[in-house]
Design a protein around this ligand. Structure first.
Ligand code: BG6
Length: 492
């Protein structure tokens, strides 16, 4: 099976922060892959912008190195590299002053007609100043779109301010807030599974589902990102955005279509239905942790405080939360969420755990009857598993086994799995906002997160230590086992 390539209209993509980490690791390789696939029209061009003084050629050399570092060598053999690099231009611009803006306007006016996209791969405090000048220099007109990256604020107040600053120049239907989890193949598959199969939806409620687990575990530590990370922590960095978005896609009502607002209206209702967590219940339903030195991938690794170079931080590198969606469909169904750095392995998955059979017709000799589980594996080894009870083959009496119907996407579809940014950047050009967060969604997510942060701030105890290379503090295990349940790896 091959994937279809749907060409996009001509565009000029201006990337602010073009010499930064995101551009180097993600944006430049993503655009190159789409060019390689034949999806970029001949007129499409990319204008890199940052403070750094670069010529076009220096920027092209920088981009070439980014491709060498982040694209497999087998995909870098042909003339396509030079064709791609020829699309690149560069203008040094001061985001918070006037230098470079007229030159940028001049450069953009020389490009072919097409959709104008401004991608702000910069620190969030520059979103306001950049948008203001895009307006002032007449660059926000003619349907231009702006893309912003998380973190969109560090709490509700700062998110409101950022959204206002951007909203003063760009109307909401031209603002694209990226949550790259929404661009992941398997995350979209969640919508396909739920809404393109008649099988699941009748069971998708508290009558049949016992609980849901969402795990986003990373084996890496914070390393050189310690400076940023220490101001954020796992709740802001992963839960406020990626994990709540996953929760929304599991819990939302079927939208009437995949139109951006139809989907986002349903996600918003889920965010608004989350049971508040505050100083009254924070100790019972959340666990925060911080890694200490340990072993990961076979080697010794330092603890968070050593990486940070300070022993005073109380920033959490792990969080587990028992969340609840207070509506008719989900009343009484806990959503156990956990994420952390330096955990035992890198795995992201959603486990939908169904209720046990109401009555067993089998005797005790068949062994336990485990409940059905649907596991959506986001990474690595993207795929879907449905755990079922079956009879062990062979003569004699009946014995039962819990086995997965296992579909690995890599085996089923022999196509490259595109990076989330490849899809998302081109969705901006197509004008499709379905996979981007609307302003009210971001704000609703902060409304739920803020009281947790406040309650933690008032707690006397620091985050619980856990050894790098484990599944987090033992309190996280206790959190779920108190309810008679257990964290499931691979749904087993
Ligand atoms: C980012 C977080 O949004 O997502 C990082 O800031 C995290 O801390 C990353 O490592 C995880 O993304 P992925 O796609 O590797 O799962």
């Amino acid at each position: 099976m091959t994937s279809r390539v749907i060409p996009v209209a001509p565009f000029v993509l201006t990337v602010f922060g073009a010499t930064g980490d995101l551009a180097r690791r993600k944006l430049i390789p993503a655009l190159f892959h789409r060019d390689l696939a034949g999806q970029l029209p001949a007129e499409a061009s990319i204008v890199g912008v940052s403070r750094r003084v670069f010529t076009d050629d220096e920027f092209r050399a920088f981009a070439r190195q980014a491709l060498v570092d982040h694209v497999p060598a087998s995909e870098m053999q042909g003339p396509e590299i030079d064709r791609f690099l020829a699309r690149l231009h560069y203008v040094p611009v001061e985001a918070e002053a006037e230098q470079g803006w007229l030159e940028l306007a001049g450069m953009l006016s020389q490009q072919a007609e097409g959709i104008r996209v401004f991608y702000l791969a910069t620190a969030p405090q520059l979103f306001g100043p950049i948008c203001e000048r895009l307006g002032k220099y007449g660059l926000s007109e003619n349907g231009a779109r702006v893309v912003i990256e998380k973190p969109i604020g560090k709490d509700l107040a700062s998110a409101l301010k950022l959204n206002q600053q951007v909203g003063r120049i760009f109307p909401e239907d031209r603002v694209y807030r990226i949550d790259h989890y929404l661009g992941k193949e398997t995350v979209q598959n969640l919508m396909a599974l739920r809404f393109a199969n008649a099988l699941f939806e009748p069971l998708w409620n508290n009558a049949h589902i016992d609980h849901v687990q969402i795990t986003v575990a990373e084996s890496l530590g914070v390393e050189e990102r310690a400076g940023y990370y220490d101001t954020a922590g796992a709740l802001r960095d992963m839960v406020q955005n990626h994990i709540l978005q996953l929760l929304c896609l599991v819990a939302m009502e079927p939208p009437s279509s995949l139109d951006a607002d139809a989907v986002r209206d349903e996600k918003l209702k889920v965010l608004r239905a989350l049971k508040p967590v505050d100083e009254h219940n924070v100790a019972a339903v959340t666990v925060r942790g911080q890694y200490r030195a340990g072993a990961s991938a076979g080697g010794a690794v330092p603890g968070y405080l050593e990486e940070l170079g300070s022993n005073r931080s109380q920033t959490e590198t792990f969080v587990a939360v028992k969340a609840e969606v207070e509506n008719w469909r989900w009343a009484g169904v806990p959503f156990y969420l956990r994420t952390g750095k330096r955990l035992a392995s890198r795995v992201s998955e959603i486990v939908v755990a169904f209720r046990p059979v109401p009555h067993s017709v089998f005797g005790e000799s068949v062994g336990p009857i485990d409940p059905n589980r649907l596991v959506i594996r986001l990474q690595p080894d993207e795929g879907v598993k449905l755990w079922l009870m079956i009879k062990d083959p062979g003569p004699g009496g009946i014995r039962l086994s819990h086995v997965p119907l296992d579909m690995s996407f890599a085996k089923a579809f022999k196509v490259r799995n595109p990076d989330a940014y490849e899809r998302l950047i081109l969705d901006v050009v197509r004008g499709n906002q379905t996979l981007f967060m609307r302003r009210d969604e971001v704000e609703a997510a902060w409304r739920w997160v803020d009281p947790i942060l406040d309650a933690w701030r008032n707690e006397k105890d620091p985050p619980r230590p856990y050894t790098a290379g484990t599944w987090g503090p033992s309190a996280s295990i206790a959190l779920i086992e108190r309810d008679g349940r257990t964290w499931l790896e691979d749904g087993a």
